[in-house]
Design a binder for this molecule. Sequence first.
Ligand SMILES: Nc1ncnc2c1ncn2[C@@H]1O[C@H](COP(=O)(O)OP(=O)(O)OP(=O)(O)O)[C@@H](O)[C@H]1O
Length: 361
Amino acid sequence: MEIRIEGLTKHYVSEGKKVKALDGVDLIIPANEFFTLLGPSGCGKTTLLRCIVGLETPDEGEIRIGGDIVWSKAKGIAVPPEKRGLGMVFQTYAIWPHMSVFDNVAYPLQIRGLSKDVIREKVAKTLRFVQLEGYERRSATRLSGGQQQRVALARALVGEPKVILFDEPLSNLDAKLREETRKELRSFLGSLEITAVYVTHDRVEALALSDSIAVMRQGHIVEIGSPQKIYFDAEHQFVADFIGRANLMPARVQAHKHGHTVVESGLGVLRCQPRDLPPGSETTLCIRPEFLHVTRDGHDPDGNPLKGSIQSMEFVGEVYEAEIRVGEQTLLARIDPDVPVREGDTVDLSVAPAHCMLLSA
Ligand SMILES: Nc1ncnc2c1ncn2[C@@H]1O[C@H](COP(=O)(O)OP(=O)(O)OP(=O)(O)O)[C@@H](O)[C@H]1O
């Protein structure tokens, strides 16, 4: 089901001061997409999710789920959470420790008054789906963190909702389990016709899971796009900087030539991604460390050629992370261990025009 949000605002009063958690949010979440709300702490992600669920009352605006208005200030509509047909998975597993796995998952069906046979069948099907078959009688506390989160997922899915919402569901798991559970979640949901709205401040999680990502800042949505669009071809400096490591510097547009926008920057004159900006305009140049190709000598034929000196190198596992002084800039770069260079060396760097992003503030 599609979710459509118009002009949503919400403020809180905290210690006598007004905090605008949502500041006129307009958003369409397409049906059956995995849609992530990503942003720094306090940007309003959880507030937006809680307004969709109905756990929070907005000040202004309208929310539609599958064409039905579930909240509208102007029309005086406020459908209660349990009537919105949604499933929800929280950060803390929010499963009941004193209950068995079966009872945890059965609960939403029991309060709907379904018959025992129907409940047994639906719970069995859902537990099979999240690969917890055989765990029915197990006490929920005698499960690993990842299994507990699968119980929470089963409980959210058992009523066959058309929309499922997640609030930082993996943040209590350790790094390895987090990665495993992330992959499971992607494969479980990929096989369902369901719209998933996922809140996180973890950029890797957002990139790995989502069909679309909406990046939020201070109660606004700054940019929406596929993970690849947001990472490789962001429009806003805030988004490019938030989603990955970035070398950012001011630049001025010189001309448009052979399908590239040419800029003047602290690195000299560079060919960049084409952008519809008039000559003379100010912009921000963004180059991700992994797209700076460092060699002892020699440039890539199609890249922008640069020369620099290595100021520091740090081995971080697969690669060295290096700070390289180029002109008046210090660039962060990644150097393969088989490139024979050391701190203090002068090196050649190349960066393809397609990886020189031009951003607006
Ligand atoms: N119940 C509340 N009372 C007062 N202020 C609140 C309340 N809930 C949220 N806020 C404030 O509203 C703003 C948005 O909060 P929200 O929890 O939506 O952000 P978030 O992006 O989900 O952050 P986090 O990732 O830290 O959970 C913040 O400034 C927060 O301090």
